[in-house]
Design a protein around this ligand. Structure first.
Ligand code: GAL
Length: 656
């Protein structure tokens, strides 16, 4: 959603000298920290990150989709559930058992009640030919100490009705009877799923808004009701972002009403489209960031990339979702143990949901060793919820660092994306640890420990990911860099104007169209969103020639919120226009608020001005807000702005 400046926030012209440019510049600024109504940059004074639903750590469990597509049945699902219990996976946290597409037979004429396909879910045949219920099924799942998940679509029709036309488990009947999605039935269906049938989790797909186009062969041949697309898969500009968001908000409200105790999980499955990467966190508990994963290495890269650079948008209760794990199939089968570990390690590091999806009843022991690795699971489930940050980035190798707890420990993954061995030099500095003190690395796969000081050379095998827990002397002994604690940050306004597609996502050969299409051009907006340790466009942070290894990169007209649960006393940051900005003409101004009160502000800073150090006393403050204001003009490009070395420290005056 775009936020526009309002009349109330009208700027005032002023003249001043700017840093090393030392030139008189006529600047136009919004009034200083005026909390004008409707001004999205006005400090809220309270945490605005979503608190609904219950996914304080990333969901874990099993989903039927990659294992069986629509060809599910009760024996397969309960078999998976039983295996979770018998193998001890449930105790490790794998408690979610999710039925995906394929369970329904029709929507009953008259009262609109959904009917379950009792041929495949026999326990659902609870009373006469027309009366079906999942309650016996969810009772069994709950009695096993597990949680049950269901699947639907936000439109009228589901994805299988467009893409799995051969399926034996498609809804049947008249056009209306086959409209099994939520459209027109939100409250009724949500109440049915959550109040009557007792589900705990819902995944809501979006094909109904994208694929049933007027005049299309699909609609004609299958006799569906046509739907003007709200999501145009090939064009973010022709997608009605607001309408899509409102559809999901309506469901979120119905869920709240059905489960006021917050004991539900809402999974948004809009494949990264409709700019969900910016609003998913405010509406649901997890949101897909890309198209469906297929069991190939390059698809895994593609899906990983769609979520990996969005660390600041995830945190406890809201998670980037690069899709269900594809362990067990294709290039992640039992003959590819290196790829299996990599896939799992990467999902764990970026706080992706750990939903496995192979036939658990017949899985090999080697998979259990991977998905049951308690150390890797523990880093994914770390309560602080800090998604790993890519601290070294290339198309060949990446280094991802994840803060555990308040930073006493780190996890680090060294990831070889390529098919040749990759030499990697891990620096203590990558971990934000001192390079003059020993760093201990514990390999979470081999369980062996090593120690190094300064740096360590490691050669990664093709496609290998090594994961270590790292301990050493912190660079910041009495505090944390903000980029170490993405899970404590809420990007309230990110300053992006028009959603732009992310060019850094790996472009695989499209699994569905091969090379027949115009090439795999991901439609995932999000380019320009706030970043940890880089600019919004992936450049290193630098102001007037001063490089910052740590910091937060934003655009002008942005507002971040930082939770100060750990009770830090001071926030400091070196602020300025980043040297990489394309808009070098317009100055910006930085503000720090504590619980809504202005604590510190910069002078207007132009491109080339040295970065002043802002200090704010945040003792007793619960929510710190970091605002960058630029000029109002909608025609100008946003300015790239840097909160360099932004940090929270315990004692005022203490620092790096
Ligand atoms: C897709 C979704 C998959 C699966 C499938 C069911 O849109 O991304 O994860 O749910 O629909 O038909």
């Amino acid at each position: 959603m775009k936020h526009r400046w309002t009349e109330a926030a009208q700027p005032k012209p002023l003249k001043l000298l700017c840093g090393s440019l030392a030139a008189a510049v006529t600047l136009i600024f919004a009034p200083v920290h005026a909390a004008s109504p409707g001004d999205p940059l006005a400090a809220a004074g309270r945490w605005e990150g979503a608190t609904n639903g219950s996914a304080s750590t990333p969901p874990m469990g099993w989903s039927s989709w990659n294992a069986f597509r629509t060809e599910i049945d009760e024996a397969k699902v309960l078999g998976a559930a039983q295996t979770l219990v018998d193998t001890g996976l449930a105790k490790l946290g794998y408690r979610q058992v999710n039925i995906d597409d394929g369970w329904w037979v029709k929507r009953r004429t008259g009262d609109g009640r959904l009917q379950i396909r009792t041929g495949i879910f026999p326990s659902a045949a609870t009373g006469g030919p027309d009366e079906t219920s999942f309650k016996p099924f969810t009772d069994k799942i709950h009695a096993m100490g597990l949680k049950a998940g269901i699947y639907t679509d936000i439109g009228r029709n589901a994805c299988s009705q467009a893409y799995d036309l051969h399926s034996p488990n498609l809804p049947t009947g008249t056009t209306a009877e086959r409209e099994v999605g939520l459209e027109g039935f939100v409250t009724q269906d949500i109440n049915l799923y959550f109040k009557e049938w007792g589900f705990d989790y819902i995944k809501i797909d979006a094909c109904g808004l994208a694929d049933f186009l007027p005049g299309s062969d699909l609609v004609k041949k299958q006799n569906y009701r046509a739907q003007e697309p709200l999501i145009e898969r090939g064009s973010i500009n022709r997608t009605d972002i607001k309408a899509v968001r409102e559809r999901y908000e309506e469901v979120a409200a119905a869920l709240q009403a059905a489960r006021p105790g917050n004991d539900y999980v809402l999974s948004i499955c809009a494949w990264g489209m409709a700019n969900v990467r910016s609003w998913g966190k405010d509406v649901g508990n997890l949101w897909r960031t890309s198209a469906d994963i297929t069991p190939s290495w390059t698809s895994m890269l593609h899906n990983f990339d769609s979520a990996a650079k969005r660390a600041l948008y995830a945190g406890p209760g809201h998670w980037n979702d690069p899709d269900i794990l594809h362990i067990g199939h294709g290039e992640f089968d039992v003959a590819n143990p290196v790829e299996v570990r990599s896939h799992f390690s990467l999902w764990a590091m970026i706080n992706a949901p750990l939903l496995v999806s192979y036939d658990l009843r017949n899985g090999p022991a080697s998979f259990l060793e991977v998905i049951g690795n308690p150390d890797v699971v523990a880093l994914n489930q770390d309560k602080a919820g800090h998604q790993g940050v890519i601290t070294y980035d290339s198309d060949d190798a990446q280094i991802i660092v994840k803060t555990l707890g308040n930073g006493e420990r780190k996890a680090v993954a060294l990831f070889n994306r390529g098919a040749s061995p990759a030499p990697v030099t891990l620096l203590a500095g990558h971990l934000k640890l001192s390079d003059s003190a020993p760093v201990t690395l514990r390999d979470l796969w081999s369980k062996k420990s090593t120690t190094f000081t300064g740096e360590k050379e490691i050669v990664l095998a093709p496609h290998e990911t090594l994961v270590f827990e790292a301990t050493g002397k912190r660079q910041l002994e009495n505090g944390v860099y903000l980029s170490e604690i993405p899970g404590s940050i809420n990007v309230a306004v990110d300053g992006t104007r028009q959603p732009q597609l992310d060019p850094t996502v790996h472009r695989m050969i499209d699994p569905w169209s091969s090379t027949r299409s115009g090439g795999s051009r991901p439609q995932y907006a999000g380019w320009g969103g706030a970043q940890a340790d880089t600019t919004p466009y992936g450049q290193s942070l630098q102001v007037a020639g001063q490089v910052f290894e740590s910091g937060i990169g934003v655009l002008s007209n942005s507002r971040l919120q930082v939770k100060n649960d750990a009770g830090y006393a001071e926030l400091t940051a070196s602020v300025g226009v980043d040297d990489s900005t394309e808009n070098t003409r317009q100055p910006v101004r930085f503000y720090v608020y504590g619980d809504g009160k202005l604590l510190a502000e910069s002078a207007p800073l132009a491109f080339g001005a040295k970065a002043p150090r802002l200090k704010a006393n945040i003792r007793g403050v619960k929510v710190v807000e970091l605002v960058v204001r630029g000029t109002k003009s909608d025609d100008a490009l946003p300015v790239v702005a840097t909160w360099g070395d932004a940090q929270l420290t315990r004692a005022a005056g203490a620092g790096i």
